[in-house]
Ligand binder design. Structure first.
Ligand SMILES: Cc1ncc(COP(=O)(O)O)c(C=O)c1O
Length: 375
């Protein structure tokens, strides 16, 4: 059997990782400024992460949600404490798309309505509902075109109101910061208005923090910079530091009942051990503060190199617009040994682990600068 052809891959066979450093089968080292799509929050092979996972697999790796699992309660308590959403309830699942799928379904259950408002350029995942609120026609089949979804421009409160007034909207879904669309940061005024308009017209506000959450931007969730609260928040990527783990944080006004949501693997013992380790390391090593500090340094230095207008950034979620982005990205990888990401044709996307040190950031700036000056 061969693998189904769906990914474009580099011919690099990674075998090990430690902190932000990766090594391939030929012994070549790389620095990870992308974290495998923003997944690596506490660094590769963090000792506390290994300790928790190793211990757990020796005791019990998995049992389904038919039994009590105290690790889920511990994870929920720690997540509530670090995020500030102490009175919300947590549903655990396995991937970002699954978290959004459940968030959208819950909003529909709760409001009795089915239409959803989403933002142009949004990415929310590749399953049925999550793909329907994703604004990329290339990813959708006709099977996916059966949902009631309206796309509006980012920051267009008037358009949001026009749709909400109709009274048939279950939810408005928006990324804390748009990632795939090139690090697009919503305006505070827009999300403040969205918060009150959703309340007024009895629709739920869903914040997709799958890429922008878990400390990446220097707050636990990106929307917390804007002083708003969401009814439902979805999280994945950094939550398990590579172990498949995702969550839906649910406002207490939304009632649960037996059988409403479910998953076989979600919240299993090993996944919870990974998730608990991530939160413990984030707290112990003050990684949210670190993301704010090192991110600010990178933002300032990058602005000096390519100009203010070319940078959109919050903490360690950074977009750099470059005319020759693909060339620079390739040179960073093959000449300098840096993994970075891309959004579209022009934006280089940086999502390094939150453990990134000032020294590692300085070295990156000097390598990046030598490439820019060579052009
Ligand atoms: C904002 C956002 N939402 C949802 C997803 C989907 O997550 P997953 O690939 O885990 O299904 C992603 C993945 O990139 C994302 O960036």
């Amino acid at each position: 059997m061969q693998l189904f052809n769906t990914y474009t891959k580099y011919d690099i066979n990674l075998l090990s990782g430690e902190g932000i450093t990766l090594a391939d089968a030929k012994g070549k080292e790389y620095k990870d400024f992308y974290g495998g799509h923003g997944v690596i929050s506490i660094g590769h092979s963090h000792p506390h992460y290994l300790f928790r996972i190793e211990n757990q697999i020796r005791c019990l790796g998995f049992y389904s949600n038919v039994v009590e699992n105290k690790l889920q309660d511990q994870l929920a308590e720690k997540l509530g404490e670090l995020s500030g959403y102490t009175n919300y309830n947590l549903f655990l699942c396995n991937s970002g798309a699954e978290a959004n799928e459940n968030a959208l379904k819950l909003a529909s259950f709760h409001t009795g309505k089915s239409k959803v408002i989403a933002i142009k350029g949004a990415f929310h995942g590749r399953t049925g509902g999550a793909l329907a609120v994703t604004d990329n026609a290339k990813l959708a089949s006709s099977y996916n075109a059966q949902h009631e979804v309206v796309f509006i421009d980012m920051n267009d409160s008037e358009a949001l109101k026009t749709e909400l007034v109709k009274g048939d909207v279950a939810a408005f879904i928006v990324e804390g910061i748009q990632g795939v669309n090139g690090v697009v940061i919503p305006e505070k005024k827009f999300l403040k208005e969205a918060e009150s308009l959703c309340q007024k017209y009895e629709a739920l506000l869903i914040l997709d923090e799958i890429q922008s959450g878990y400390g990446r931007t220097g707050m636990f969730f990106a929307h917390q910079h804007l002083d708003i609260k969401a009814d439902i928040i979805t999280t994945a990527k950094g939550m398990g530091n590579g172990f498949p783990l995702a969550g839906v944080l649910i406002h207490p006004k939304i009632e649960g009942k037996s059988g409403l949501l479910g998953t076989t693997f979600g919240g299993n013992h090993l996944a919870c051990a990974a998730g608990i380790a991530v939160l413990e390391v984030m707290k112990e090593e003050k990684l949210i503060e670190n993301a704010a500090k090192v991110g600010q340094y990178l933002e300032n230095e990058l602005k000096k190199l390519v100009g203010e207008k070319a940078i959109r950034a919050k903490g360690l979620m950074i977009g750099v617009d470059l005319e020759n982005m693909a060339e620079i990205k390739s040179a960073l990888l093959f000449e300098k040994g840096y993994f970075t990401g891309a959004s579209g044709e022009k934006t280089l996307r940086l999502l390094p682990p939150l453990t990134l040190s000032m020294k590692e950031a300085e070295t990156f700036i000097s390598e990046f600068s030598s490439l820019i000056k060579k052009q």
